[in-house]
Design a protein around this ligand. Structure first.
Ligand code: HEC
Ligand code: HEC
Length: 262
């Protein structure tokens, strides 16, 4: 055998060996790494603290637990448990008695342009799907609505007729000033005749607070604020329209003398 022939054979052998070496792990690939994976899964399962399938984080849009949606999207403003937040309480049976799920769905979809309530439709950052909004609204009535000891003649949530600021002044002096001060400048309770405050709240919210009060903060509802005053009767829808007209005149500066005050 000459030198070149031997070299050729050696080269061929080297090729053959090389290919075999490569082929064995490749063909074994499926089964070898498969069992590796299985072993790793078993090891991970054994590790403490691994979340179960039901505990895994999911994109927020798949969250269908109403209490979790409330905690994530609403409680920062409306308060844990729907009370004691900077925004009006939702955990208030009197409010839920004069308000409807459709009205709540509408405010969730569109927000409130004259107040600080953001829209929660899916197009917004942090928005909720229609399904999430439906689940949330239903659960709010289930958790906090349905009171049986509601007062009679509750003024309607929506105003029926425009009020008069001058008539509102008389009602305010009787029913509100003992806490909010003469002309709403503040006393035991905070000032209401403040354009900074009034710029942040809608007339609808003012009306609602005059009906429901803020039981979480100690502002009385329409029965108490009227009956415990010289009026000696609950406030009516018309009284409240007059009070809203007064406060909206404070806001716009039409009641200038009061805004600038002594
Ligand atoms: C960034 C703060 C903020 C967040 C978050 C927020 N709200 Fe509001 N919401 C407000 C404010 C402020 C108002 C009152 C607006 C006004 O002046 O009318 C309001 C008003 C409302 C009203 C109408 C109340 C009334 O008396 O007429 C409802 C219902 C409501 N929010 C539900 C919700 C729900 C449900 C969520 C969670 C999905 C939520 N809000 C999240 C700030 C917020
Ligand atoms: C017994 C005392 C008392 C009476 C009477 C009273 N309030 Fe209040 N009100 C409060 C307290 C306490 C708060 C909580 C915040 C504060 O201290 O200003 C409050 C808060 C408010 C707020 C702000 C709510 C908010 O979410 O920031 C409005 C608006 C309001 N009252 C309107 C009225 C009007 C209008 C009347 C009369 C019909 C009235 N209040 C009568 C005690 C009272």
């Amino acid at each position: 055998m000459n030198k070149t022939a031997r070299n050729d054979r050696l080269l061929w052998l080297a090729w053959a060996l090389g290919i075999t070496c490569l082929a064995i792990p490749l063909s074994g690939c499926g089964s070898a790494t498969g069992s590796d994976n299985e072993q790793r899964v078993r090891f991970d399962d054994w590790m403490p603290g691994k979340p179960r399938e039901s505990e895994r984080e999911r994109p927020y849009a798949y969250q269908l637990n109403a209490e979790k949606i409330f905690a994530t999207s609403c409680s920062g403003c409306h308060g844990d448990d729907g009370r004691l937040g900077p925004a009006p309480p939702l955990n208030d049976p009197l409010f839920l008695a004069i308000y409807s799920p459709d009205q709540m769905l509408a405010v969730l979809a569109g927000g409130r342009s004259d107040g600080l309530m953001p829209a929660f439709n899916a197009g917004h950052v942090g928005g909720l799907t229609e399904q999430q909004r439906g689940i949330l609204v239903k659960s709010i009535w289930e958790r906090w609505g349905g009171a049986s000891d509601l007062p009679a003649n509750i003024p309607p949530y929506l105003q029926q007729a425009t009020g008069e600021a001058a008539a509102g002044k008389v009602i305010f002096a009787a029913a509100c000033s003992r806490c909010h001060g003469e002309d709403g400048k503040g006393r035991a309770a905070g000032a209401l005749n403040e354009r900074g405050f009034l710029a942040l709240v809608s007339d609808q919210l003012l009306r609602r607070i005059m009906i429901t009060g803020r039981p979480d903060l100690g502002c009385p509802d329409f029965v108490q604020s009227g009956s415990e005053s010289s009026l000696k009767r609950p406030l009516t829808g018309a009284d409240i329209a007059n009070l809203v007209a007064l406060m909206s005149a404070w806001r716009s500066g039409e009641e200038k003398a009061l805004v600038d005050g002594p």
